[in-house]
Structures are given as structure tokens and as C-alpha cells.
Design a protein around this ligand. Structure first.
Ligand code: AMP
Ligand code: GLY
Length: 423
């Protein structure tokens, strides 16, 4: 069958890489894609939220499956768009309905869902401009640090963690009254701070059944030792060594099952990935967020470990028969290290030539922000290339990723050299 992947990052290159390996895939399209996807699929210059052009492409190319990478098209309802169109309704869309996507699109919605289904999470209250004074009083009842979250999508920047109560009150005011994050912060969730180590769990569900994909940990800060500004992610390790069998059972019973059952009970149409951000507090998992897609760069470490045919898995999602397939996972660890443009996550330059890609051995190169220009691969974003490696021991896998990333070059290339330091 012909398949379309929507997106242009390392996550989408990884999807394309796995899908291209499947016998079930005839022609693979990626919109808009990058220089990496161009080498294994047909890139089509269509934006991920341009539903009309996506429809035209799907009909013209007889596409039968659409795999949605980023959250934007999901939050804007691409899955419902397909379902409600007579010509598109039989296309399998991997990604939840608009209602399901609210789990990521609204922090308050996600918190209410968690509470309704008795899923462990941080205590919280939410506030608007009309209740900013109550919000300040609520802050008085908490201990530092203070966690303020813009309700809506804010490109990963909407969470503030502040030590000082005065600063927390000022920022609350900035978010609610001065719309620091635009419409996204018209509502703010104030949350209890959870002290512990983070990990992410990935679930693929057909709305009734699910499979649990390998865990991963990503490194969000730009600086070594987890310092500096938040990024989209500087690298990832899968599996997370401390997520042993006993801990995973807790996650399954207390979090995954009630999440999937909760979606079904509420008649929320959900066929796609659920990315559950967790903090291990003592010995217990607590949810800090849901995303309604795979993570990036977690995908670059998680998906290469999945040995089951990805297209087959997605077909089972479409047919709501995930209970009849077993997931084979490569037991080795996978690590991915992200090379970024100097200056990222603040201002940076694009269009720098990337060399050395063909000298990489024993690692997989996934393109993120790259494009082809006059036959050359050049940088086209903050996060540029992810280098993924395998080994029985994650430290050895990391070593391979580092040995290979050193073979790459572009002007002002930067990467974190300390991944796994906390494990
Ligand atoms: P989120 O966008 O909700 O994942 O939050 C971004 C980051 O803020 C997370 O990856 C955590 O590191 C941190 N964070 C969010 N909520 C909490 C919390 N309640 N306690 C401690 N850290 C948090
Ligand atoms: N790496 C974090 C995310 O994809 O949201």
C-alpha cells in the first residue's frame, strides 16, 4: 500500500526508515520531509496542517495510510477530517481525534482526565485572568519550587519552574494578564512540584487494545548537567535502566490501563500513540504530561528497537486488532545524540553545509533539520541530525554515537557530551 508520513524531523525520518523496510509498503511519501527522507521516500512540499492539499495528495497517489508525526495537525483535527470525508474515511490515520488530542492540547483537560480516572499525578488547580488573585493565594499554600503551566500548546516553552514565590506570582500575572504565551496562557495550571527522575513511556493503542513500546529518557536542556534552556530534546536513551519489571508493572496497572480504558469509556476516538511523561517519586510513577504522538528524539531510540513490522502494527491499529499481534523488541539498548545548530534553542543560522554523513559506520543517521540544496545537504533547523547506536550496554551504545557524531561537521555544530550522566 502507499503510505504518507506527515512531518519533517528526526522522528519522521525514523518512521520513514522503518516503514520503508516493510514489504507492506509500496510507495512512501513524506510531507514535507527533509534531506534524509528524500533519500528513502518521495518528499512532497505540503505543510502538515494544509488538510486540503493533503487530501489531494492522498487521492492522487492512492494513499491508504497516514502516519501523523507532530501534534499540530492532530490538535487541529486531521483525524476527524479524514473520518468525515467520504473519499478519505477508509484511510488509516495513525493519530487520535481532535477530542483525544486535547490530552496534549490542554493541560487542564489532561489533568481533569487524570483525576477522573484516578491516575496518579501532581495536585493542581487552574486559574484565569479573572481569578489571578486566587492563583496567588494558592501559590501561598504550596512549597517551592512552584510549577506554572500554560494550558495550551506553547512549543514546549509553556512550563515555568520557579524557586521564588514573588517571581512565581509575577510570572502568573504575566501569563494570565499579559498573555506571555499568547492564547496558550489564558489559563494556567499551577501544580505541586514532583521531586524525582523522569522517564517516558510510549503506548500504541487502537482505542481498545494497546501495546507498550520501549521506555526512553530524553535530555531536554541545552547544557551539560541538565543546565540552561529547554530544547526539543538533545538525545535519548532506551530503555531507561531504572524502569525494571516491578516498576513497569506499576506503570501498566496504575497508568497505562486506566488511560486506555478511560479513553474508551469516554468514547474518545483514539488510534495512535500516547506518550506518557512520568516522574518516579520514591518508588511510584506519577504522570506529568500526555503527548498524543511519539517524542522527538525519543523515537530515534525507541523505534529502531521495534522489530515487529511497523506497517503491520499500524494495520492492526486501523482494524482495532492490536490484541492479536505480539511486539518483538530488540533487547539491546539504543542511544541517540542530537547535533544542533550553534545558538539553538535561541537564534541560529541555517543553510550550513553538512559533511561526513557517509563516513558514519555502526550507527544510524537520522536527519532532523536538514534539506537538499544544489545537491548538498545543508542545515535547516535547530536540531539537525540524530545519531543512533545499539549495544548491550547503553554506555557502549553512547560511545558509538559519540564516535560517529564526531565524524559529522557543520559550522557551529554543538551536541551534549554527557548523556546518561544521571543514570
Ligand atoms: P511538561 O511540558 O508538562 O512535560 O513539562 C516540562 C518539564 O517540566 C518536564 O519535562 C519536567 O521536567 C518539568 N515538570 C513538569 N511538571 C512538573 C512537576 N509537577 N514537578 C516537577 N517537574 C515538572
Ligand atoms: N522530546 C520531547 C517531546 O517530543 O515532546
Amino acid at each position: 500500500m502507499n503510505i504518507l508520513v506527515l512531518g519533517s524531523g528526526g522522528r519522521e525520518h525514523t518512521f520513514a526508515y522503518k516503514i520503508a523496510q516493510s514489504n507492506l509498503c509500496d510507495t512512501l511519501f513524506v510531507a514535507p520531509g527533509n534531506a534524509g527522507t528524500a533519500a528513502i521516500a518521495t518528499n512532497v512540499p505540503i505543510a502538515v496542517t494544509d488538510f486540503t492539499s493533503i487530501k489531494e495528495l492522498v487521492l492522487k497517489e492512492h494513499i491508504k495510510m497516514v502516519v501523523v508525526g507532530p501534534e499540530d495537525p492532530l490538535v487541529q483535527g486531521i483525524s476527524d477530517y479524514f473520518k468525515s470525508d467520504n473519499q478519505l474515511k477508509n484511510v488509516i490515520v495513525i493519530g487520535p481525534s481532535k477530542e483525544g488530542a486535547r490530552l496534549e492540547g490542554s493541560k487542564e483537560y489532561a489533568k481533569e482526565f487524570l483525576i477522573r480516572h484516578n491516575i496518579p499525578t501532581a495536585a493542581y488547580q487552574s486559574f484565569t485572568a479573572a481569578t489571578v488573585e486566587e492563583g496567588k493565594q494558592f501559590l501561598e499554600t504550596l512549597n517551592a519550587p512552584y510549577v506554572l503551566k500554560a494550558d495550551g500548546l506553547a512549543a514546549g516553552k509553556g512550563v515555568l519552574i520557579l524557586q521564588d514565590i514573588k517571581e512565581a506570582k509575577t510570572e502568573l500575572e504575566n501569563m494570565l494578564t499579559n498573555k506571555k504565551f499568547g492564547a496558550a496562557s489564558e489559563k494556567v495550571v499551577i501544580e505541586e512540584f514532583l521531586d524525582g527522575i523522569e522517564l517516558s513511556v510510549f503506548v500504541l493503542t487502537d482505542g481498545k487494545n494497546y501495546v507498550t513500546l520501549p521506555t526512553a529518557k530524553d535530555y531536554k536542556r541545552i547544557g551539560e548537567g541538565d543546565t540552561g534552556l529547554n530544547t526539543g530534546g538533545m538525545g535519548a536513551i532506551s530503555p531507561v535502566p531504572f524502569a525494571d519489571h516491578a516498576f513497569m508493572s506499576k506503570i501498566e496497572e496504575q497508568i497505562i490501563k486506566p488511560t486506555v480504558d478511560g479513553l474508551a469509556k469516554e468514547n474518545i476516538d483514539y488510534k495512535g500513540f500516547i506518550f506518557i511523561g512520568l516522574i518516579k517519586v520514591g518508588n511510584d510513577p506519577k504522570v506529568i504530561e500526555y503527548n498524543v504522538r511519539m517524542g522527538d528524539p525519543e523515537t530515534e531510540a525507541v523505534l529502531p528497537r521495534v522489530q515487529t513490522d511497523l506497517v503491520k502494527l499500524f494495520q492492526h491499529v486501523g482494524e482495532q486488532s492490536l490484541d492479536t499481534i505480539t511486539l518483538d523488541i530488540d533487547q539491546r539498548s539504543a542511544t541517540t545524540v542530537m547535533a544542533v545548530s550553534g545558538g539553538y534553542p535561541e537564534a541560529y543560522q541555517k543553510g550550513k553545509e553538512i559533511t561526513g554523513i557517509d563516513t558514519v559506520s555502526e550507527s544510524i543517521v537520522f536527519h532532523a533539520g536538514t534539506k537538499l540544496e544544489d545537491g548538498k545537504v545543508v542545515t535547516n533547523g535547530g536540531r539537525v541530525i540524530a545519531v543512533t547506536s545499539f549495544d548491550d550496554d547503553f554506555r557502549q551504545a553512547l560511545k558509538k554515537s559519540y564516535q560517529n557524531i564526531e565524524k559529522l561537521h557543520f559550522d557551529k555544530m554543538y551536541y551534549r557530551k554527557d548523556l546518561g550522566f544521571d543514570l
